[in-house]
Design a protein around this ligand. Structure first.
Ligand SMILES: Cc1ncc(COP(=O)(O)O)c(C=O)c1O
Length: 390
């Protein structure tokens, strides 16, 4: 039994009700090692890193947050969060937005106008999972490049830039995703990002980074987000994924970019009032969570190694660089939906991402024992004899 619409759901967009998840989570509020799923009752929820619950510290900060009307720029907690994000990325300014999708759309809207094209990887979130907002709202066409494991290079981008001919629609923006979700958390080398930006700027194009999981990329590369994004024109990153905040994303960039972004945030209905209540949790996520992301990466690698040893499942553990683990299940004779269903019955929640492709995402609410449990259940369901159908 599952409540998730099975159209290859991604990242909590349609992740169903959580009503069979233990209510003890909020009480403990600790991220401790335990029985395998400390903060999610008996469920090991590996569907996405969006499913995490705020810690006691976050909840306390939310309750006590100093607030004001952020549409008037008067919320001190939001202002602090924006200032810290800009400092950490060494950009001029930042803007708190309700979601990553809105952040990406705002950036696209700032950098483009109707009738131009946005170059992005074919499996990027902006292309596949944002309800065609770049077309429906910003009036742009996605111009698809096929990244290698989701990773675009200048060579791949250059090949799809439109010639400067008046009867061709024109390229305006390049969007790169770091880490790349549907390619399994792959990471853009910073030298390649710098090269893309250098050439793009020469060609008068802007570069936006969908860095929903950029802090995971930073851990994988052993670099700072500042280094990794110094040449990009705008970055969106999520507070509500690996960093564990309940709500929110950030845009960072120049003063001029953020000034325009603020206008579009309001136009898109994202002007929030006493948003300090959620920004307070975001501040804790931003300051504290990056230091623990390596644990999620170790857990992802452990999962991948176990999956590689499980009959019928295919993955190359060396390809797992961050917290996303995508594996092939075709040889098991089960589709991804069927496999997710049997796992779910045993308390292991995963997402099907294609007919024979299953995704696990590690995060702060699943510990080492949870990973071991997920592997044990996988082995159990794939080795036990099939029940004959009546
Ligand atoms: C790479 C990437 N970009 C953007 C988003 C959108 O974030 P949100 O769910 O906060 O709108 C997601 C979330 O799934 C994502 O994985």
């Amino acid at each position: 039994m599952h409540q998730v619409p099975r159209a290859h759901a991604v990242d909590g967009e349609d992740t169903g009700r959580m009503d069979n998840v233990s209510g003890t989570i909020a009480k403990s509020g600790m991220r401790s090692e335990g029985d395998g799923a400390t903060r999610l009752g008996n469920i090991v929820d590996l569907r996405s890193d969006t499913v995490t619950r705020p810690t006691v510290e976050m909840r306390r900060a939310m309750a006590e947050a100093e607030v004001g009307d952020d549409v008037y720029g008067e919320d001190p907690t939001v202002n602090r969060l924006e200032k810290r994000a800009a400092e950490i990325f060494e950009k001029e300014a930042a803007l708190f937005v309700p979601t990553g999708c809105m952040g990406n759309l705002i950036a696209i809207k700032v950098w483009t106008h109707h009738g131009v094209e946005v170059i992005c990887d074919e499996r990027s979130h902006v292309n596949l999972y944002e309800l065609a907002s770049m077309s429906a709202i910003a009036g742009c066409m996605p111009r698809i490049a096929r990244g290698v494991d989701g990773i675009l290079s200048w060579k791949l981008i250059e090949a799809v830039i439109r010639p400067k001919i008046y009867y061709d629609s024109q390229t305006a923006l390049i969007s790169i995703e770091n880490t790349h979700n549907m390619a399994g958390g792959t990471v853009h080398p910073t030298a390649s990002v710098d090269e893309i930006c250098g050439h793009a700027h020469e060609a008068k194009l802007k570069v936006h980074m969908d860095g929903a999981r950029i802090f995971n990329a930073a851990v994988a590369l052993g670099e700072s987000v500042r280094q990794m994004t110094k040449k990009v024109d705008s970055v969106m990153f999520s507070l509500s994924k690996g960093l564990g905040a309940p709500v929110g994303s950030m845009l960072v960039g120049s003063d001029a970019f953020i000034e325009k972004a603020r206008i579009y945030r309001k136009m898109f209905g994202g002007g929030m009032r006493q948003a300090g209540v959620i920004a307070a949790a975001g501040l804790i996520a931003l300051e504290k969570s990056p230091a623990r992301l390596h644990v999620d990466h170790e857990n992802a690698r452990r999962l991948a190694e176990g999956i590689a040893r499980t009959p019928g499942l295919k993955i190359d553990p060396a390809q797992v660089r961050s917290n996303i683990v995508i594996f092939d299940c075709q040889e098991t004779g089960k589709t991804a939906v069927e496999l997710c269903d049997v796992l779910r019955e045993k308390g292991i929640w995963a997402l099907d991402t294609a007919v024979y492709s299953v995704r696990f995402v590690t995060h702060c609410d699943v510990d080492h024992a949870g990973i071991e449990r997920a592997l044990a259940v996988l082995a159990e369901v794939l080795t036990q004899p099939q029940r004959a159908r009546a």
